[in-house]
Design a protein around this ligand. Sequence first.
Ligand code: EPS
Length: 400
Amino acid sequence: MIRFTTAGESHGKALVAILEGIPAGLPLIADDIDCDLARRMQGHGRGARMKIESDRVEILSGVRAGETLGSPITLQIRNRDWENWADVMAPEPDPAGSPARRRRVQRPRPGHADLVGVLKYGRSDARDILERASARETAARVACGAVCRTLLAQTGVEIGSHVVELGGIVASVPDTLPQPLNAAADASPVRCLDADATAEMVAAIDAAQRAGDTLGGVVEVVARGVIVGLGSHVSWDRKLDGRIAQAMLSIPAVKGVAIGLGFEAARRPGSAVHDPITTGDATMMGGFTRGANNAGGLEGGMTTGAPVVVRVAKKPISTLMRPLDTVDLGSGSPAKAQSERSDVTAVPALGVITEAMLALMLADVMVEKFGGDSLGEMLAAIERYRRELERRFPRPSDDP
Ligand code: EPS
């Protein structure tokens, strides 16, 4: 239904994305996308690159006079830093006998795609691998996700995220999350809702920087106002929880995904895991209420109507200023890994990227269920579904 692909190298001219399947008639301007691109660049622990860039989208197709056309939307984000790398990244062949290009990488970083990519793709310069493996690519995903967020907002969905753990420091999470979540999270330099933990995380990032090290962490991403019954139980590849997990694990450096209680659900008896079903003050579409949301808004691969809650774990960035042991690919001798400008941590940015991936997955199942030619048609189909659910399962207060 919704398809997207991205292209572009970290220090190439630009990142580009093509997003297909967004209904016609969705109001969309560059600002809707630029605000998320700006949020992705933030966070204590980011490196010098973010001081060079000022990510802005250029909409090259699929939008006219402030509305989507239903055609593929092409989004471009120029890399300002390209000017400093034009010779390194030029697509033209080098003249015979010219010296090797600058910034050749022959000491692969443990943890990065460098070594396996060189082996698999028959390259001798790991730059041919790392330029695409770089998390810079996530800017293009955030641009696509921002369009989907705009579509979802038309149906009342709000997606936000916050950092729950960074460098081993665990934040306390309030029972009720602030609304809108991002306004509160973005106010912290590490996008964490716990002020004490924020201070500790900032100190840990500064200490890691002094030590030439890097830090990972965990973010929680939450989508509220999601319609009940998106996704499907009928086939493995239509299960929304599986699709969300795949989307999150495709983000560079992500090593773990948990939905709702996640691994904790495996430790408890069923009576302490499953969310009781009641009527009463029905707050969810379909007329039912759930005693808790341990399921993280997903049962049987479908949305329950409760908030979709996903936790995503990211390992530390693999470029260390105090580099780890590796082997020089030219000489075969032991060496220290390539060490170039990078971030101490990008966990705060990870939240923004998970929001984008969740928006992409939710928009996909929304269009799948309700049709995607025009926004008006989609909204009308949602309204019909809502009324039909109310007719089939009237709330107790609706009884004559
Ligand atoms: C990133 C841009 C990169 C890094 C980071 C993410 O810029 P540069 O490589 O020019 O310093 O800051 O990339 C990585 C962490 C990585 O491992 O590749 C960005 O725009 O998010």
